[in-house]
Design a protein around this ligand. Structure first.
Ligand SMILES: NC(=O)c1ccc[n+]([C@@H]2O[C@H](COP(=O)([O-])OP(=O)(O)OC[C@H]3O[C@@H](n4cnc5c(N)ncnc54)[C@H](O)[C@@H]3O)[C@@H](O)[C@H]2O)c1
Length: 252
């Protein structure tokens, strides 16, 4: 018997990076994994990787900024597997590093639509499905940028602070109804997103890494293991909390 046998998890932005690593970790622990995202080919590759072993997974094409698609994501999950137990609202985008006066309205709308509205919409449809299953756990994705400033990434920072507020608010509303809602705040993690920051601005990338007391970027697997723990019975009295996984960055 594996830890998450018979459990169903939805992971937004599960086609790459941290979402992909968390999908693989949940599958290895026995869960049925619903991988969602905008990129069909990459999503199917994650499904294939899980199902070529003894895992169960399916991909549902979803843009988290579109309400009809998020509703369909949860409807199709429940139709396929009969229940929902956990959700990892991970999908997110970064912004190009530049002074605030040079940032555009389009960039503001793009980042906030995915990073804030996407998490809000996901919880809006996940919560009724979790209640239907008798409860469960949600983990939202913030960042160290949700806890401290990063000048030049103002929109991203605001969006990730918002995710922490959304998490606390929803956690209190459902604390007595057996749904725990927490948020992870990673430091720099070696994914395509951080690679884009490094390519765009190598000096900033190196400075960000050097600012981590452990002197390195984290791995997607180091975030996945925290997400699995937050969903576990071992975290049964933990709700409304922000877990920084940042090699000590926010302890400074
Ligand atoms: N890599 C880091 O250093 C780091 C640090 C802190 C927080 N984060 C957060 O972790 C999350 C995952 O990022 P990652 O580093 O794995 O990067 P990534 O770019 O590899 O993955 C982001 C995932 O989100 C998906 N996505 C983006 N917009 C979407 C949308 N509208 N609808 C559905 N899916 C969408 C992408 O397709 C991709 O699968 C993001 O929310 C990011 O802000 C990353």
């Amino acid at each position: 018997m594996k830890q998450y046998d018979n459990k169903v998890v939805v992971i937004t932005g599960g086609t790459a990076g941290i979402g992909r690593a968390t999908a693989l970790a949940f599958a290895a622990a026995g869960a049925k994994v619903v991988i969602t995202g905008r990129r069909e080919k990459e999503g199917q590759e994650v499904v294939d990787e899980i199902t070529k072993g003894d895992g169960e997974a399916l991909f549902i094409k979803t843009d988290v900024a579109q309400e009809v698609e998020v509703k369909a994501m949860i409807d199709q999950t429940v139709a396929a597997y009969g229940r929902l137990d956990f959700a990892f609202n991970n999908a997110g985008v970064e912004q190009a590093l530049k002074p605030l006066p040079e940032q555009t309205e389009e960039e503001f709308d793009f980042v906030t639509n995915i990073n804030i509205k996407g998490v809000w919409l996901s919880m809006k449809y996940e919560i009724p499905a979790l209640l239907q299953s008798g409860g469960g756990a949600i983990v939202n994705m913030s960042s160290i940028g949700g806890l401290v400033a990063a000048p030049g990434m103002d929109i991203y920072v605001a969006s990730k602070h918002a995710v922490i507020g959304l998490t606390k608010s929803a956690a209190l509303a459902y604390a007595k109804r057996n749904i725990r809602i927490n948020v992870v705040s990673p430091g720099a993690i070696a994914t395509a997103m951080f690679q884009r920051i490094e390519t765009d601005n190598p000096a900033a990338g190196a400075a960000i890494k050097a600012a981590h007391p452990m002197g390195r970027a984290g791995t997607s697997e180091e975030i996945a293991s925290a997400v699995l723990w937050l969903c576990s019975a071992g975290a049964s009295f933990v709700t409304g909390q922000t877990l920084a996984i940042d090699g000590g960055y926010t302890a400074q």
